[in-house]
Design a protein around this ligand. Structure first.
Ligand SMILES: Cc1ncc(C[n+]2csc(CCOP(=O)(O)OP(=O)(O)O)c2C)c(N)n1
Length: 319
C-alpha cells in the first residue's frame, strides 16, 4: 500500500460521488432525460476492483453503472454529455445512462437488462483465453441479478472452461423495492460458488482497501488461468432505486443510520488521516481538482448541441 495508491482510491471514490451528486441535482430538475440509478455509497467497490485492472482488461457493468465507468477511466465529459442527451456524448446523446460503453478503456457497457452482463463478460473472457492474452474480464452485478438464470449459465461455463473472469456481486440489500432476503435462497451470495466448484469470498464492500485486496486475489487467480471466482461485496443502497423513487418500502432513519455508519468515503478519509497516508490538506486538494473536473464536464455538456432530428435513425445498424 502506497500513498499514491491511497490517493488514487480517494480520487476515484470522490469523483464518482461528485459526478453522482451533480447528476442527482440535474435529474431532480428534470434536465436529464430517462432513468438514472445512482451509485452513491457503493463507490469503494468500483474504485477498489478497477484499481487492479489495466485498460486491456474488461469490465461489464449494470444499470447502476456510472461508478464502474468512471473507475475504469472513461471520460466524464462524454458521460455527462450522454446523460444530458447531447451529441458529444458516448452514444451521441441517444443512449443515456444505461448504455454507456468505452471499448478504448475496456468498458464493455452498462446494461439495462438485469443479469444481461454475465454472458457478455464470459464471452469476452473466452475470447481472451482463445487469443492467449493474460487479460481478465470482470462482471459487476446486484443481489437481485444473482437470481437470473444467466448468472448460473455463465458461472457454469466459466468454471468448466476455467475462463479468466471474476463475478463481483454488489449486494446492496435491495433489488428495486425488494429486500434481497425475501427473494434469495442464501444469505451470502458467495455461497453459490460451491455449486460451481469455484472460490466465493465475502468482503466488506465499503472498505476500499479490503475490496482492492480481495478482488485483487480473484483477478490474479483468473490471470494465472485458474478460473473464475465470486467476490461478494456487502454494501447498502443509500439512494432510491432510481432518482425520483418515493421509497415507500423503507424509512429515512434506516437509510441515514446505515450511511452514517458505513459511508465508504468518510471511512477511508478517517483511515488515511489517522494512519498518516494523506493530510487534510492533501485531501482538500484532491477534492478541488475533482470538483473542477466535474464542473468542466457539466459545462461541456451544457455547451454541446443536441443531436439533429435527421440523426434519429443513424447508428442503429453497422454497415
Ligand atoms: C430482466 C430485467 N428484469 C427486470 C428489470 C427491472 N429492474 C431494473 S433494476 C432492477 C433491480 C435490480 O436489483 P439488483 O440486481 O440488486 O441491483 P441494484 O439495483 O440493487 O443495484 C429491476 C428489477 C430489468 N431492467 N431487467
Amino acid at each position: 500500500m502506497s500513498k499514491e495508491l491511497y490517493a488514487s482510491f480517494y480520487e476515484t471514490m470522490f469523483k464518482i460521488r461528485t459526478f453522482e451528486k451533480r447528476i442527482e441535482e440535474f435529474s431532480m430538475k428534470g434536465e436529464i432525460p430517462g432513468f438514472v440509478h445512482l451509485y452513491i455509497g457503493e463507490e469503494a467497490i468500483a474504485a477498489g476492483v478497477c484499481a487492479n485492472l489495466t485498460k486491456s482488461d474488461y469490465i461489464q457493468s449494470t444499470h447502476r453503472g456510472h461508478g464502474h465507468t468512471i473507475a475504469k477511466g472513461a471520460s466524464v465529459d462524454k458521460m455527462m454529455a450522454e446523460l444530458f442527451g447531447k451529441r458529444t456524448g458516448y452514444c451521441k446523446g441517444k443512449g443515456g445512462s444505461m448504455h454507456i460503453a468505452d471499448f478504448s478503456v475496456g468498458m464493455l457497457g452498462a446494461n439495462g437488462i438485469v443479469g444481461g452482463g454475465y454472458t457478455l463478460a464470459t464471452g469476452a473472457a473466452l475470447a481472451e483465453k482463445i487469443k492467449k492474452t493474460n487479460n481478465v474480464s470482470v462482471v459487476f452485478f446486484g443481489d437481485g441479478a444473482s437470481n437470473r438464470g444467466t448468472f448460473h449459465e455463465a458461472l457454469n461455463m466459466a468454471a468448466v472452461w476455467k475462463l479468466p473472469i471474476v463475478f463481483v456481486c454488489e449486494n446492496n440489500e435491495w433489488a428495486s423495492t425488494t429486500p434481497y432476503l425475501t427473494t434469495t435462497s442464501v444469505k451470502d451470495i458467495a455461497d453459490r460458488a460451491v455449486g460451481y466448484g469455484i472460490p466465493g469470498v465475502i468482503v466488506d464492500g465499503n472498505d476500499v482497501v479490503k475490496v482492492y485486496e480481495e478482488s485483487g486475489k480473484a483477478i490474479e487467480r483468473a490471470r494465472r488461468g485458474e478460473g473464475p471466482s465470486i467476490v461478494e461485496m456487502k454494501t447498502y443502497r443509500i439512494k432510491g432505486h432510481f432518482v425520483g423513487d418515493p421509497e415507500m418500502y423503507r424509512t429515512e432513519e434506516e437509510v441515514q443510520k446505515r450511511f452514517e455508519a458505513n459511508d465508504p468515503i468518510k471511512r477511508f478519509e478517517s483511515k488515511v488521516i489517522s494512519e498518516g497516508f494523506l493530510s487534510e490538506n492533501e485531501i482538500k486538494k484532491i477534492q478541488e481538482t475533482v470538483i473542477n473536473e466535474i464542473d468542466a464536464a457539466v459545462q461541456f455538456a451544457f455547451d454541446s448541441p443536441f443531436p439533429a432530428e435527421y440523426e434519429l435513425y443513424e447508428d442503429l445498424y453497422v454497415d
